[in-house]
Ligand binder design. Sequence first.
Ligand code: AHR
Length: 630
Amino acid sequence: VTVKVASSGGNATSPYQYGIMFEDINNSGDGGVYAELIQNRAFQGNTIDPSNLNYWNALGGADLKLRNLSKPLSSALPTSMQLSAGNGNTRSSTIGFSNVGFWGFPVVSSWEYKGSFYVYGSLDTNITVCLTSLSNEAYAEAHVEVKSTSSEWTQYHYTFQPTIDAPNSNATLNFTFPVSDLSSPVNFNLLSLFPPTYKSRENGLRVDLMEAMSDLKPKFFRAPGGNNVEGNSAPYWWNWTETIGPLTNRPGFPGTWGYENTNGLGLIEYMLWAEDLKMEPVLAVWSGFWLSGQAVPEDELKTYVNSALDELEFLMGDVSTKWGAYRESLGYGPFQINFVEVGNEDSLNGGAPTYAAYRFNAFYDAIKAAYPHMTIIASFYDVDGATPPFDAAGDFHEYAIPNQMAKQFGKFDNYTSEHPLLLGEYAVIEYNQPHTTGPQWTPGAPRAFTPFWYGSCAEAIFLLGAERNSDKIIGASYAPGFQNFNRWEWIPDLIEFDAYPGHTTLSTSYHMIKLLAGTLITENLPMTISDGGFGPAFFVAGRNSVTGSHIVKAVNYNSTGSTQFSFSFEGVGKGATGNLTYLTAPMNASNPIGGNVVQSHGSSVTASHDGVFHFKLPEYSIAVLEIGAE
Ligand code: AHR
């Protein structure tokens, strides 16, 4: 491939380009990025997922029951766990209960853990809270003086630090006290345990997963994205008002992926997540549609439009506003919102009914009237079908097999520049198949368990297609972002993990994104191709106005051999030097748990006497050449 890159005539690119999409799926929030370690900490439930005692076990012959007391911990958390002395035959000298965590607990000796729980009922005792191995080795222990009465709920706090790093997460959290101190049933609720969190935020996020995201240098944050914003059926949807304030005010939500969401990871936590990773929030608001297919009728939609306006007032309003004042009372200054997405995958051309007919416009009109500066994004519409109305942007999703993904390099070349486009979800989800051009969507259709290398190369081609049109494309985010190995509904995912930090796995696609997002082109430059062309090599060129560098990004999607590249840049002369970084891996390889098959190769490339940068990329490789970075 021989290419000459002009020094002018290109396009300024979007400042966002690479971002993160987040929804609670695969226990990516509870049991994932949200650092809470106790599962089912407040016995939350609803008509879809009734309260239960899952993940709790009785110790010392205790009898555990769910109770809805006349004096609940709060109206949002009405159900608590009552402990009474069980059958005398099985009772031992201590009594209590244990929690199995999110399939175990991380045990790290350098961490100080912070715990708390509420008690109601007459109890004067010393509760031992112990992080214990499955073979009864005590890793960390705290003793909590409890003097509880039956007049009010009392909260107790404790801290502990394990004595060793456990080799795995096979541990439980045990709460025990002398059975002789128990004279009548006693009640517990909101039992919580946090490890250190990212930037030490209270009610915060898991450090290793946040660091992994930070290393991707993400520029935008689409949340709460995906199906989980919608709710499976009425009356439940991701109602932001139930995700703010003290944890005792948050009732939880029957997430759309088969497990209860605690709502501990709420709207403010999303905003702080965006702030901590310096990402532009792309806030999804509920659009009046449930996944069951039911939509809010037009004459009832105003309530939900107003709720979206209240949500924006909560985030951005000053203290003179009702919701802004409430946010200030919680201790947070205003946040800035510039992008709002209305719903998820509603589709303007026929998908979710009534979106095009009245729902999108109702949200658009109201939000735009209150906040003219905002970009309003219509959720999922086919680039080849309808166009968003007014000046709205669109959100395009693509789940594909590798060759199908790679074919989309040119998909956005003729896309209108009047409606910016977010690529809010993309992923290669299955290996190439002999007789199909795309993935099957029937239940149980085959899926790759994790991203694999030639799929990641195909995604890179799709992303370069976005980069070369990034005057029109806001940015792209892989989806889903996270998978807990113990419970998942959707594969493949970008980052996998379980309770044991050593199992955190950054996929092949993660490494691909890290390379492409690590060097941003701020101005695409026109290319004249004199030899070769697109396929199996794909490439973009441009420069970065901050570092002053010239950049080539390239993919060799060739299964049988290397490709030779010769790039020259107008204004860059002989002897100039660039840094070439390229990634390789075996074609079908996926990253094993905690491991990495992707190899990074680095070398410097000096322009020849006629100012040409020659470099060769092996089969299935992804490269960035950066010349003259200051
Ligand atoms: O990313 C998984 C799901 O795929 C999302 O919830 C939905 O938006 C899409 O269909």
